[in-house]
Design a protein around this ligand. Structure first.
Ligand code: NAD
Ligand code: DAU
Length: 363
């Protein structure tokens, strides 16, 4: 079996669902269920003996030791993290605790487990650490895309904490020989994306008739990847990735934020036109920029294609249409996450921002 951390979050739950749709190999899913962990994402696995959910913290060494010795996984995949940049700006401590201290606890427990494994199992064992392109910092418009050898220049508490965890993972390979793999992926989007992140926030706010808050001039660039493609890349790296290597994962799909927002509005105009005949783009509003906002990320994903034969299956056009359709078909999921902690978070993040213009910004 495999052990996945953070499997109730956005990417982790997509990964668990895809894994069990393609294989009968069981999954132990360790997640402490922060505001971002949502077990309804995994409702289709209720009663499925291949999925064992364990509510717990990745910083809990005793829990790790118990889980590893009980279940004897052939691999550990680490998705668990605090993942939202804006939250890391308002409160970095949880990011240091989970992303650094939690990753360290995982590494120590996994190292002890792996060292005690008999030879064939030790040789086959893998620890796959899921990381981000944000560790590389920000690119100027004319810079080449990030390769795996780009220097680390994290700019937010979130990316600094992810960079620290990447360094620890690397060190455990070099120092102890732990069989690790690291993936550095660009911005994901798709089903079960918590509506604090750009794309789901825009869909949910648009449908609710609320403003669509674009930070600064909206010309920051991200490279977008459909989440199922990220999951297929991780499966590929797990099976055939070279030990100790890092693999950049991306969609070859750079777009400025304002273009993303307009695309969402156009799809909603087509799929759920407003009764009053106006377009959703009339709800676009610019708000104060994110402090230290990285201007551009771009992933060069040629290593994973060349060495492991992975390429994304979705284009942005197909992936974003599927995503908007999924949110339209899952209003119940949206309503469920729009309670409690989520509502508190939205008011904390946006109340302090000045609205400096209202209206449509062109792409
Ligand atoms: P998410 O915030 O949606 O989910 C994180 C999950 O981790 C949640 O289920 C949460 O409950 C769990 N978790 C948090 N702290 C924990 C702890 N201490 N112990 C156990 N569980 C804990 O995040 P996501 O967007 O699904 O990201 C998953 C991973 O992928 C993260 O490591 C993130 O850095 C990385 N990543 C994300 C993206 C993206 O675009 N979302 C892109 C590249 C890499
Ligand atoms: O690049 C990979 C990273 O992508 C992951 O490591 C992170 O976990 C994930 O959250 C994501 O980080 P971003 O900061 O790029 O994603 P977010 O959806 O928060 O923002 C995307 C862009 O949209 C960014 O330039 C900020 C902008 N934005 C975001 C929000 C929430 C807005 O303009 N308005 C908003 O309301």
């Amino acid at each position: 079996m495999i052990l996945v951390t953070g499997g109730a979050g956005f990417i982790g739950s997509n990964f668990v669902l895809d894994w069990l749709a393609q294989s009968d190999e069981p999954v132990v899913n360790l997640d402490c269920l922060t505001y971002a962990g949502n077990l309804t994402n995994l409702a289709s696995l209720a009663g499925d003996p291949r999925h064992l959910f364990v509510q717990g913290d990745i910083a809990d060494t005793a829990l790790w030791t118990r889980l590893l010795s009980t279940h004897q996984p052939r691999a550990v995949l680490n998705f668990a993290a605090e993942s939202h940049v804006d939250r890391s700006i308002l409160g970095p401590e949880a990011f240091v605790q989970t992303n650094i201290v939690g990753s360290f606890a995982m590494l120590e427990a996994v190292r002890a487990y792996w060292k005690a494994l008999p030879e064939p199992q030790a040789a086959a064992f893998r620890l796959l650490h899921v990381s981000t392109d944000e560790v590389y910092g920000s690119l100027a418009a004319s810079d080449p895309a990030f390769t795996e050898t780009h220097r680390y220049e994290p700019n937010s508490p979130y990316s600094a904490s992810k960079a620290a965890s990447d360094h620890l993972v690397r060190a455990y390979h070099h120092t102890y020989g732990l069989p690790v793999l690291t993936t550095n992926c660009s911005n994901n989007y798709g089903p079960y994306h918590f509506p604090e992140k750009l794309i789901p926030l825009m869909i949910v706010n648009a449908l609710a008739g609320k403003p669509l808050p674009v930070y600064g001039d909206g010309m920051q660039i991200r490279d977008w990847l459909y989440v199922k493609d990220h999951c297929s890349a991780i499966r590929r790296v797990l099976e055939v990735g070279r030990l100790g290597e890092t693999y950049n994962v991306g969609g070859w799909n750079e777009k400025p934020n304002i273009e993303i927002v307009h695309t969402v509005c156009t799809l909603l105009d087509e799929l759920r036109p407003k009764a009053d005949g106006t377009g959703y783009a009339t709800q676009i509003t610019t708000v104060t920029d994110r402090p230290g906002h990285d201007r551009r990320y771009a992933i060069d994903a040629s290593k994973i294609e060349r060495e492991l034969g992975w390429r994304p299956a979705e284009t942005f056009d197909t992936g974003i249409r599927k995503t908007v359709e999924w949110y339209l078909a899952h209003a119940d999921w949206v309503a469920q996450v729009q309670s409690g902690a989520y509502r508190d978070w939205v008011s904390a993040n946006y109340a302090e921002r000045d609205t400096n213009t209202t209206g449509v910004i062109s792409a």
